[in-house]
Design a binder for this molecule. Structure first.
Ligand code: CP
Length: 304
């Protein structure tokens, strides 16, 4: 049975089908209210989360299913030394599908090899976060109507920001995409993403430290949090954490139809004064995350 560990596990057709189902769920929620009756989702979160865990759980409840799980490693037998493989083999006896977040990169992949039910990667270290990318794609589709011919600014922690890596992989499948990579030197996009995606696919991109100078050309500005939990040295985090703070004055030169996105949680990257700007989409992303996760659960459970 298929698992989703990386956005690359989904073909372009599959992503577009998920977006189509999510749009139908938005239009016709009643049609889906009993689709997962008697099915169980397990949410195994070894690392903190608000949006991802609760949106998975809300998604399953809105499909008429049930939810079990834990929200921290120390609430599970991982605290006694149990392996990820043994944990998911155990949970497979109780649930039909698992959403897992883990601080170790590759842990959901290991889980998918041990389990005989679908595993959804809900974020692994600084590696991947494919369902956030699906939420981002649904948001872009609903805001822009297409994934083509967009200049996308990615700003902040491009090194550890797993949502950025998955989004670059997904949008690179479409024509007319250009990326503007805005970060301090220390938090630049990892070479493996630049080389394996941007250069390999001949995608145009600029690397800059200048947010304000980049804003006028952008169709999408995707802000990210500096990922404190991935730093080895607190002093480096303190030095870099406020590198970019989006405020209303910085948006004066922006396009009228700019879409401002952020996977959340935010710390200081976007001033709350921006929240009332009609171009702010980050809470729409949160809601879209529930709809696209409903579509993904249906697909992986093989529900028509
Ligand atoms: N965007 C996101 O993954 O948020 P949480 O960490 O709250 O799940």
């Amino acid at each position: 049975m298929k698992s989703v560990i990386d956005i690359l596990d989904l073909s372009t057709d599959e992503i577009e089908e998920l977006i189509s189902v999510a749009c139908d769920i938005i239009e016709n929620p009643d049609k889906y209210a009993e689709k997962c009756r008697r099915k169980k989702l397990a949410t195994l979160f070894f690392e903190p989360s608000t949006r991802t865990r609760l949106s998975f759980e809300a998604a399953m409840y809105e499909l008429g299913g049930n939810v079990i799980g834990f929200s921290a490693a120390n609430n599970s037998s991982a605290a006694k030394g149990e392996s990820v493989s043994d944990t998911v083999r155990t949970v497979s006896c109780y649930a039909d599908i698992i959403a897992m977040r883990h601080p170790k990169e590759g842990a959901p992949m290991v889980a998918s090899m041990a389990a005989d039910i679908p595993i959804i990667n809900a974020g692994d270290g600084g590696h991947n976060h494919p369902t956030q990318t699906l939420a981002d794609l649904l948001t872009i589709f609903r805001e822009k109507g297409s994934f083509e011919n967009l200049t996308v600014g990615l700003c902040g922690d491009l090194k550890f920001g797993r949502t950025v890596h998955s989004l670059i992989n997904a949008l690179s499948r479409y024509s007319g995409i250009k990326f503007v990579l805005i970060s301090p030197d220390e938090l630049k996009l990892p070479d493996y993403v630049t080389n394996n995606v941007l250069i390999k696919k001949n995608i145009p991109y600029e690397v800059t430290t200048d947010l304000v100078g980049s804003i006028p050309e952008l169709d999408i500005l995707y802000m990210t949090r500096v990922q404190r939990e991935r730093f080895f040295n607190e002093q480096d985090y303190i030095r870099l954490k406020d590198s970019y703070i989006l405020t209303p004055d910085k948006l004066e030169t922006a396009k009228k139809d700019l879409s401002i996105m952020h996977p959340l949680p935010r710390v200081n990257e976007i001033s709350v004064a921006v929240d009332s700007d009609p171009r702010a989409c980050y809470f729409k992303q949160v809601l879209n995350g529930k709809y696209i996760r409903m579509a993904l659960i249906l697909k992986l459970l093989g529900v028509e």
